[in-house]
Design a protein around this ligand. Structure first.
Ligand code: DX5
Ligand code: ZN
Length: 229
């Protein structure tokens, strides 16, 4: 993975057909996804449960791009090695998930993955100010984590503040929640480069009819890129 700040679209397979993850991943990649976003939920840090490391390892066989694993779990540290073995390229943990985010980020890098840190809507940009040299990505949640299909919460001021704090470090700013062609330009203009989208990518399509996935991805990308011109 080389660093660049071009717009990257990362479909969240939380909105895919749970009985057909392999073909769903192949379909969104064939339709232009840059990364594949995998949402791990534990029913404790967030009020929903999805899947754990064995499922993530099964997804890995189908991901040809970048597997971006977002863990909404607490604690994180006991599971870092399992997600490394499962083949995560990026592992993103929440700053709210425990008292030792610096240790967590170091352990993620130590296990050979890129390290991401996520911020809930109520958490200020400053919460990660002192770990920016220890991470490769900051994920700004634009919904309260736990479910797909929620309404976008405007965090553009936080994204701008983060970009100022990051300066010239090679750190991605990812947006997660409620991203669609209407909201993507707001966060792209503020400095985000990775746009996670679940419902706005998967709506209208299926593995049998994947063309809508491509149209949806292109619409989000075009709207975001237009905001940079
Ligand atoms: C929310 C997840 C998101 C979610 C996004 O907890 O982290 O990745 O799937 O879904 P949409 O794009 O539908 O808001
Ligand atoms: Zn996510």
């Amino acid at each position: 993975m080389t660093f660049d700040r071009s717009i990257k679209i990362a479909p969240s397979i939380l909105s895919a057909d749970f009985a057909d993850f392999g073909r769903e991943i192949q379909a969104v990649e064939a339709q232009g996804a840059d990364w594949v976003h995998v949402d791990v939920m534990d029913g404790h840090f967030v009020p929903n449960i999805t899947f754990g490391p064995p499922a993530v390892a099964a997804f890995r066989k189908h991901v040809k791009t970048v597997m971006d694993v977002h863990v909404m779990i607490a604690p994180v540290d006991p599971f870092i090695d399992a997600f490394a073995k499962a083949g995560a390229d990026i592992l993103t943990a929440h700053v709210e998930a425990g008292p030792h985010i610096h240790r967590t980020l170091q352990a993620i890098r130590g296990a050979g993955m890129k390290a991401g840190v996520a911020l809930n809507p109520g958490t200020p940009a400053e919460a990660v100010a002192h770990v920016l040299d220890s991470c490769d990505l900051v994920c700004v949640m634009t919904v309260n984590p736990g479910f797909g299909g929620q309404k976008f919460i405007d965090m553009t001021a936080k994204v701008r503040r983060l970009r100022a704090l990051i300066g010239d470090r090679p750190v991605h700013v990812e947006i997660d929640g409620g991203v669609d062609p209407t909201t993507a330009p707001l966060v792209a203009a503020a400095g985000a480069d990775v746009l996670v989208a679940g419902s706005a990518v998967f709506r209208g399509g299926s593995v049998a009819d994947p063309a809508p996935y491509g149209a949806n991805i292109r619409a989000i990308r075009a709207a975001a890129e237009a905001a940079l011109r």
